[in-house]
Design a protein around this ligand. Structure first.
Ligand SMILES: Nc1ncnc2c1ncn2[C@@H]1O[C@H](COP(=O)(O)OP(=O)(O)OP(=O)(O)O)[C@@H](O)[C@H]1O
Length: 254
């Protein structure tokens, strides 16, 4: 006789978004949205302008409060938590414009973001012990800035600044990284290296990326969630969503 055990039939996802809804003055920017992200997955969210993509990231990181629904990250319900608690739980978010300290070096920017360094003064004052230096060097290597550790952030290229900010998130060891249009404004070779970087990152993390550059999406996505009017329009491999007539009609066909 077949036995049904609910616990064994529901898969353990890193992130489970279910029935997520947010209304702004009655307008549902995100409307009963559900999707699930695995460990070591790169999920890309695509969709036309105004589809609700950025709002989903705002909801996950606690910047915007949900009207209804649930965001489960491991055993934590994020909708009930505050922004800093969500960061502490292991969710890191990078916005479109880099927010780095332009007048500090690459090393200092990374060092400041090391979890022990809270606030500028504390961080600059604390002893640069071997652990911090080796972690900074490890991250710098990953983000292609090992030879720029002493370079002032202000003179980095736009792409290098984006990588530095990703490094500043990575040094905090979040389990989930969320990146909003990470390759916007990057050169072709920087885009290729960013794809390489994301493939390295997901060996130890999961990543959600919002992106409009379809070539880049093709290079990185394990699965693609297509949003339209606050809902999931289609989901699956890039190949699957690219050939979905609904997606062609509202997004890719334009
Ligand atoms: N705080 C807010 N108050 C009112 N309306 C909002 C707010 N935030 C987002 N919206 C609206 O919600 C809708 C979804 O916006 P969102 O920025 O999430 O879309 P998007 O898919 O990220 O678009 P884009 O690709 O242009 O960045 C838009 O119509 C936007 O104007």
């Amino acid at each position: 006789m077949q036995q049904t055990n609910p616990a064994s039939t529901s898969k353990d996802f890193l992130l489970s978004v279910e029935g997520l809804t947010v209304s702004f003055d009655g307008f549902k920017a995100v409307n009963d949205l559900s999707f699930y992200v695995d460990e070591n997955e790169i999920r890309v969210i695509i969709g036309p302008n105004g589809a609700g993509k950025t709002t989903v990231l705002d909801l996950i990181c606690g910047r915007t409060k949900a009207t209804a629904g649930s965001i489960r990250f491991r055993d934590k319900e994020l909708t009930r938590m505050r922004e800093h608690e969500i960061v502490h739980a292991g969710v890191g978010r990078k916005f479109q414009n880099p927010s780095i300290y332009e007048d500090l070096t690459v090393f200092e920017n990374l060092e400041l973001s090391f979890p022990r360094g809270r606030g500028v003064f504390g961080a600059l004052a604390f002893k640069r012990d071997a652990e911090v230096v080796s972690r900074v060097e490890e991250i710098a290597e990953m983000i292609f800035l090992k030879n720029q550790l002493k370079t002032e952030a202000a003179i980095l290229s736009h792409g290098q600044k984006q990588w530095l900010e990703i490094g500043m998130l990575l040094i905090q060891s979040p389990e989930l990284l969320m990146l909003d249009e990470p390759v916007a404004g990057m050169s072709v070779s920087e885009r290729v290296k960013t794809a390489e970087l994301l493939h390295r990152i997901i060996q130890d993390h999961s990543v959600i990326v919002i992106e409009h550059d379809m070539k880049f999406v093709q290079d990185i996505a394990h699965r693609v969630t297509v949003m339209h009017q606050g809902k999931v329009l289609s989901e699956g491999s890039m190949d699957h969503v690219q050939h979905d007539p609904k997606v062609i009609e509202v997004y890719l066909g334009h």
